[in-house]
Design a binder for this molecule. Sequence first.
Ligand code: ZN
Length: 137
Amino acid sequence: MKKPKKSIDYALRSQEMAKAGNKQPKRPKHVPLRTCIACHETKPKRELLRVVRTPDGHVMLDPTGKKSGRGAYLCARLSCWENALKKKRLEQEFEVTLSEEDRAGLDAFIATLPRDEPVQPPEKAQKVPSGRKKTTS
Ligand SMILES: [Zn+2]
């Protein structure tokens, strides 16, 4: 029974260590960002959809984000996909010509995207007839 002190020391020290452990600064997780090739908005990678040009020259959607090949990112937004196809952004990005097959594959996917931006109704009946009909009887 010579060193009762030591155990106290030990307890103290471990308490301190516990405190230090709690002090872990909450560092925000690093979020990888990617830019949509259509609207050029930068967003967390996971919010974007990846299109890949496979090593054998096909262009397809890569839902897993893990296919090998050159990737491009697009918002999960119909307008961005339409733009990308209309302006041949994918083709520019990948320096390929989309084959009909690949294009059809993308089209099929695009068709499943929700139309998030409601199309403006062509005319919202602004011309409200002002009260009176000019009909003479
Ligand atoms: Zn976009």
